[in-house]
Design a protein around this ligand. Structure first.
Ligand code: TAP
Length: 486
């Protein structure tokens, strides 16, 4: 099994820039190794359905090995001065920057997202996260958690496929800065950038066992979350799996953060600059094919400007290019998997069956791979499934409102509470709305803006805990020395 490095081949942003090995092992205790039972699974490119590589499927025994390795590494890692841990994190951040072209291509191949997004959004944010938390590592006593905050121990981290490397950065950077060690499971459909990151950890000379990457499916995630050697669970994914994890850890002393689904309202008032708002609507729902937990999937538009906004939106949607993720002109890439495409189709069909009006620009789609045109539904009511359920695809539901109070009532009428957007010229209205909206993140006259210094997380069925900023450290620190007692 060739399971070590991703070799570098300088070339333009193209398939040739990264040499993907035919197979990869699990990254445990600083080494790549086959699964104990030899099982593997294939990871395919969603834009071509080509098999990219075969990846080891971690068994329960492998999960145990990884947790033990992280436990062994914990004592020395947590005893390092924060300034020493910072050096490793800064080194990782710099290598990510140096290798960002390879990583961007790999991410676009395995995930299906346009190279423009992986190169200009995902990768800079990934590096920024490591730089940001590297800066915290020697300042923990000043972070407001007491004069001697202690790490929790071993963190079990499970992430989804929509931002594979960025979700890894959100999990690993604060955990390591705070002195924890980690075992991370990437999603089954997007394991490659996490394995590339494992290689970066080796390149940075990170002590073995501090970061362990175990690839596998949901059963691997369940084994990790349920392992008794884990002190902290950090999960990003669906509300359904989040609830199952909350049940698993109930009654244990594991600390948990859950970042789950969303059904955000993007609210456009009649005084908003329409062109700017339309760009914000497009970015809000079509960025990353709509595979975004905080996507602005419900457009709430004030009745008096609804026709004008919709006309302009459709004109803009007609210019969006759907296709090859490695083409720099592509706006909308491939849907991540056949399963996700089936789910999007099912909900879009339900929208039509329930009486909403469906519109999508006519555009050619590639012959192979998983694709869905940017789609808008008008005449949507709050009872429709497309207004209530997370589609997690490029599908926008449009509802109208007359008064700010009605906008608030409709925006909050969802089991989720992750994000919202407001478009208006009135500052006082922005402040009033932000106070009324039950959403963890509220954007004003912008959407899908992220920064490592900003806490991110939801209310209600969007989960609990915050990632990013000083808040993101809190989830990895304890005031008692429990971890070192194990
Ligand atoms: P999930 O099916 O929940 O999968 C997320 C991760 O959990 C994957 O690694 C998955 O493994 C693993 N998993 C599956 N079953 C598990 C179990 N019983 N125990 C432990 N781990 C398990 O979500 P997804 O389809 O990958 O992602 C889409 C969802 O994630 C959307 O609902 C979206 O809103 C949400 N999401 C939320 C956020 C934030 S920040 N709130 C960010 C991104 C995505 P496999 O992939 O191998 O099945």
């Amino acid at each position: 099994m060739k399971n070590t490095v991703f070799e570098y081949a300088p070339a333009p942003e193209s398939r040739a820039i990264v040499d993907i090995a035919p197979s990869y092992g699990l990254f445990i205790d600083g080494e790549f190794a086959d699964a104990s039972d030899g099982k593997v699974f294939k990871t395919v490119s969603p834009s071509s359905e080509e098999v990219l590589s075969e990846v080891a499927q971690a068994s329960t025994e492998d999960v145990d090995r990884a947790v033990r390795a992280a436990r062994r590494a914990f004592e020395a890692w947590s005893a390092l001065p924060g300034s020493e841990r910072a050096k490793y994190l800064f080194r990782i951040a710099r290598i990510i920057q140096e290798r960002s072209r390879e990583l961007a291509v790999l991410e676009s191949l395995d995930n299906g997202k346009p190279i423009r997004e992986s190169r200009d959004a995902d990768l800079p944010l990934v590096a920024a996260h490591f730089f940001y938390y590297a800066g915290w590592a020697d300042k923990l006593p000043y972070a407001g958690f007491g004069s001697n905050p202690r790490p929790l121990g071993v963190a079990g981290q499970v992430i989804p496929w929509n931002f594979p490397l960025l979700m890894l950065a959100w999990k690993i950077a604060p955990a390591l800065a705070a002195g924890n060690t980690v075992v991370l499971k990437p999603a089954e459909t997007t394991p490659l950038s996490a394995l590339f990151f494992a290689d970066i950890c080796r390149q940075a000379g990170l002590p073995k066992g501090v970061v362990n990457i175990i690839t596998g499916d949901g059963s691997t995630g369940a084994a990790l979350v349920g392992h008794e050697g884990i002190d902290k669970v950090a999960f990003t994914g669906s509300t359904e799996v989040g609830k199952a994890i909350a049940r698993t850890v109930a009654g244990t002393d594991k600390k948990v953060t859950l970042e789950l689904g969303g059904k955000a309202a993007n609210i456009v008032f009649d005084d908003a600059p329409i062109d700017q708002a339309v760009e914000g609507i497009v970015n809000g729902i079509f960025f990353n094919q709509g595979h975004v937990c905080c996507a602005g999937s419900r457009l709430l538009v004030q009745e008096s400007v609804a026709d004008e906004v919709l006309e302009s939106l459709k004109r803009r949607m007609s210019t969006l290019r759907v296709g090859d993720p490695l083409d720099k002109n592509t706006d909308i890439g491939a849907i991540n998997s056949a399963e996700q495409l089936a789910r999007i189709r099912e909900l879009a069909d339900a929208g039509e069956a329930e009486g909403a009006e469906r519109w999508a620009p006519s555009c050619e789609l590639p012959d192979s791979g998983f694709w869905f045109r940017p789609t808008v539904f008008t005449g949507v009511t709050q009872a429709h499934r497309i207004a209530r359920e997370e589609v997690f695809g490029p599908v926008l539901s449009v509802l109208t409102f007359r008064t700010p109070a009605e906008a608030v009532e409709k925006a909050n009428n969802t089991p989720y509470g992750l994000s919202a957007g407001i478009w208006t010229e009135k500052g006082s209205r922005i402040l009033w709305m932000a106070d009324q909206l039950r959403a963890g993140i509220v954007w004003a006259n912008t959407f899908n803006k992220f920064d490592p210094a900003s806490p991110f997380g939801g209310y209600k069925e969007s989960g609990y805990g915050r990632e990013g900023g000083r808040h993101g450290l809190e989830a990895y620190l304890a005031s008692n020395p429990k971890a070192s007692e194990k």
